[in-house]
Each structure stands twice: as structure tokens, then as C-alpha cells.
Write a protein that binds this ligand. Structure first.
Ligand code: SAM
Length: 259
């Protein structure tokens, strides 16, 4: 897979990709990242990428011409690409979108804005607008990296053990179970006994229950979106009894009818 990032700050992208798992995956050829400096596609001697907004108002807007020229340059290879404009007004990125991009596209092109954003006409050459959350950053470089990171780690070969990816938060529709490593006891804090037992079935059940507990407490909205198994429903009942006592008659049950 190839990612292309259009930016006026290429070093931000380079810096992040020059460490850790993503660096090694690039070296192994699992995916590649082309960083395109939008400033290279200006034609004036000041290499200006922004200008005042028509109609007045605060801040500057990114000019359309350098971005269009950069895209024309990329499209000369005739290859298929899916073009995303990073924008706080876009649809909100999540794990399901990361999975879709990893499965569907050979090449993902990410246009990073700066200043007050990009000239509206840029939207005519993009396939979608994507936001990484309901807050405003100074530029689209971090959002581009967030998307590259989330998509790239789903590609076979990026993360050593694909099981670790498939068991993570959101992948199965709920949050991940708590993780522990050695030592078994640290400053009086003990690792749950079951994890030391070697009983794989007990460990699986405990992890599922704790994942459900975390999701129930922090993100109950996620439980509304997935199909819960009979075991899940039993585990949820157990969790409620543990946390609120056995009398649950007044509480609304999450049952299969709700999912
Ligand atoms: N004036 C714009 C608005 O109100 O929507 C905000 C522009 S922001 C300061 C500059 C650039 O940062 C945007 O063009 C976009 O590329 C990027 N950006 C900022 N926040 C973002 C977010 N939550 N998701 C994706 N991109 C974002």
C-alpha cells in the first residue's frame, strides 16, 4: 500500500515515520509513504501557499493552485488513489474506516491543511473529508499521521503478531481487556490470579468479561452496536450483580433485542 501526504511541513511526517514499528515496516516494504511538499508546486518567487480570504475575516486560506498542481503531478502515474482532505468538518475517523481503507485501497492520498483551511474548490478533487475528532488542530499533519498509523498497522507484516491487532479495542466492537506483564506483584498490586493459572479457557472467559466490564462502564454506546452472544449476556449479568448486588430487576437489561 502507498500513502501520499500533501503538506507544507514534510519534516513533521518524516520525523514520525523515522522511528519504531512504522519505520521498520517501511524498510521491509510493507507500505510506502510519499511526502509531497505543496510549496514545490508554487510558481511565484515567494513560494506562497496561502492568501487572504475573499469576503474578509481572520487568518489566511490555502490557495487552490499549488494543491491542484501537486495532485496533477501525482495523477500522471495513472494509478488509482483515494484522496482524503483532512478537515475538522469531515466525517469522524474510526477503526471501521481504518479497516475499510486498509482493505479497499492501494493508495491513500492525504491533503493536510494549515491556516484557516483550504480553498473550498479543493473539495472538487477529493473523495472524502475526514476529521480525527471534534477539536481543531493547527494543521492536518497529525491527522494524516493518525490515519496512516491506524491503517498501516492493519496491513499484514506491519505488526509482528496479527492476533494482537485482532483482539484490540474497537476491532471486536468493544474495548480491550486489561493487560499485565511481569512482575506478578508490584508495590502490593497483584496481577489477577486467573492470568497466572495457565487455564486458557478461564483466561479467555476472564478477558471477555473484563472487556465487557470496561465497555459497559466507559462506552456503553458500543454495546448497542454489536451482537452479544449468550455468554456475553451471562457475563454482563454477572458484572451487574458484582457491581450493584443481585437485585437487578429495576435495571434495563441489555438483551439481544436491544442490539
Ligand atoms: N478553520 C477551520 C475550521 O474551523 O474548520 C480549521 C482549520 S485548522 C486550524 C487547519 C487545518 O488543520 C485544517 O485545514 C485541517 O487540515 C487540519 N485539522 C485541524 N483539526 C483537524 C481535525 N480535527 N481533523 C482533521 N484535520 C484537522
Amino acid at each position: 500500500m502507498r500513502f501520499e501526504v500533501l503538506t507544507i511541513f514534510p519534516n513533521i511526517i518524516k520525523a514520525y515515520l523515522s522511528e519504531g514499528i512504522l519505520k521498520r515496516a517501511i524498510e521491509r516494504g510493507v507500505f510506502e509513504v510519499d511526502i509531497i511538499n505543496i510549496r514545490d508546486f508554487t510558481t511565484d518567487k515567494h513560494r506562497q501557499v496561502d492568501d487572504y480570504p475573499y469576503g474578509g475575516g481572520a487568518g489566511m486560506v490555502m490557495k487552490p493552485e499549488p494543491i491542484f498542481r501537486a495532485m496533477d503531478h501525482l495523477k500522471r502515474d495513472g494509478k488509482k488513489r483515494y484522496v482524503l482532505l483532512l478537515s475538522p468538518s469531515g466525517r469522524v475517523f474510526n477503526q471501521a474506516l481504518a479497516e475499510e481503507y486498509a482493505e479497499r485501497f492501494e493508495c491513500l492520498t492525504l491533503i493536510s491543511g494549515r491556516y484557516e483551511g483550504v480553498d473550498e474548490r479543493v473539495k472538487t478533487i477529493v473523495d472524502d473529508e475526514v476529521s480525527i475528532g471534534d477539536y481543531v488542530l493547527t494543521g492536518g499533519e497529525l491527522p494524516a499521521l493518525v490515519i496512516i498509523d491506524a491503517v498501516a498497522r492493519l496491513l499484514p507484516g506491519t505488526v509482528g503478531d496479527m492476533m494482537s491487532v485482532s483482539e484490540e479495542s474497537f476491532t471486536s466492537g468493544i474495548l480491550e481487556y486489561p493487560q499485565y506483564t511481569r512482575p506478578a506483584e508490584f508495590r502490593g498490586l497483584k496481577v489477577p490470579e486467573v492470568l497466572l493459572s495457565g487455564n486458557h479457557e478461564e483466561i479467555r472467559r476472564w478477558r471477555r468479561k473484563e472487556a465487557l466490564r470496561k465497555t459497559l462502564n466507559r462506552r456503553p454506546d458500543l454495546l448497542e452496536k454489536i451482537k452479544l452472544s449468550d455468554e456475553d449476556l451471562r457475563l454482563i449479568q454477572e458484572i451487574r450483580e458484582e457491581e450493584n448486588g443481585p437485585d437487578q430487576s429495576s435495571r434495563r437489561d441489555i438483551s439481544e433485542g436491544d442490539t
